[in-house]
Design a protein around this ligand. Structure first.
Ligand SMILES: Nc1nc2c(ncn2[C@@H]2O[C@H](COP(=O)(O)OP(=O)(O)OP(=O)(O)O)[C@@H](O)[C@H]2O)c(=O)[nH]1
Ligand SMILES: [Mg+2]
Length: 257
């Protein structure tokens, strides 16, 4: 059964770089057949060659010009247009011939809220589910984590993604080569329970010191028993761990036969 993995995460977290590094690793080390899909109409440069590229249908620039929108408005329009193009998208490779692939990796638009937290992702993922089991890798930028609230809020975005999609969502820490606070970033995937105690003693004033521990306790309830994975997409490090994680998550949300 083909493994379908969608890479989601805040703008610039390294989704595109990770799709590229992971695909290269899978081809080189495991000789697997990989189908790459780019759903980001705003990307100018792609380091990989997609089988399906949303820019064949429209680009962000075209939408901005046609509808006289700024980049964020255009991303919202893109969300609607992905729904309009669903039949077209799913009639193309790799989706039209998934038996030709071992893994399909999907790179998503930079503005995650304009896709994941809109109705379009529900409809898109519903179509994907008809083809195979599907999991989400939530990419967290280690260089964006300096404080406990940075760590907790980024982790929580992944939890919200799980709540919105109902899919298995596994967090992966990227950019470990330039992490600001590597120990804090590590806690998210290694020992998130410890974040609760840290958050309770968080010295920040007011509401935030009450809210952060609450967020941690909610996030802990959704935590799966997955291996901790930290990668550097830039250096191609940690790809084996990422592969085992995806395999494990896939097996636990469906069988591999
Ligand atoms: N140092 C370092 N830089 C990275 C790593 N992964 C990505 N980057 C850099 O981070 C920037 C954003 O990377 P992308 O792969 O485009 O991130 P993205 O999430 O696809 O970005 P959007 O699609 O625009 O949201 C680029 O300059 C990358 O070179 C990493 O592991 N280490
Ligand atoms: Mg990208």
């Amino acid at each position: 059964m083909v493994i379908i993995t969608t890479f989601v995460g805040p703008a610039g977290s390294g989704k595109t770089s990770l799709v590229n590094s992971y695909a290269n690793w899978l081809r080189k080390e495991l000789f697997l057949r990989i189908g790459l899909v780019n759903l980001d109409p705003g990307v100018e440069y792609l380091p990989y060659k997609p089988v399906l590229d949303i820019r064949e249908f429209f680009t962000l620039k075209e939408i901005m010009e046609k509808y006289r929108l700024g980049p964020n408005g255009a991303f919202l329009k893109v969300s609607e247009m992905i729904i309009d193009y669903l039949d077209e998208i799913f009639s193309r490779k790799p989706f039209s011939s998934i038996g030709d692939y071992d893994l399909i990796l999907i790179d998503t638009p930079g503005q995650m809220e304009a896709f994941i937290f809109r109705p379009s992702s529900t409809l898109f993922f519903r179509e994907l589910e008809k083809l195979s089991k599907h999991i989400i890798v939530f990419v967290i930028d280690a260089s964006a984590i300096q404080t406990i609230s940075d760590a907790v809020t980024l982790w929580f975005l992944g939890v919200l993604t799980q709540a919105k999609t109902g899919l298995t969502v596994v967090p992966v820490i990227n950019k470990i080569d330039i992490a600001s606070n590597i120990d804090l970033a590590k806690l998210i995937v290694e020992r998130p329970e410890e974040l609760f105690n840290l958050a309770k003693n968080y010295s920040s004033e007011g509401l935030i010191s009450e809210v952060v521990p609450e967020l941690v306790s909610i996030a802990l309830k959704t935590k799966g028993a997955y291996r901790p994975v930290m990668v550097s997409a830039e250096r191609g490090e940690g790809m084996e761990g990422l592969h085992f994680l995806i395999h494990e998550a896939f097996c636990s949300c469906g069988d591999l036969t």
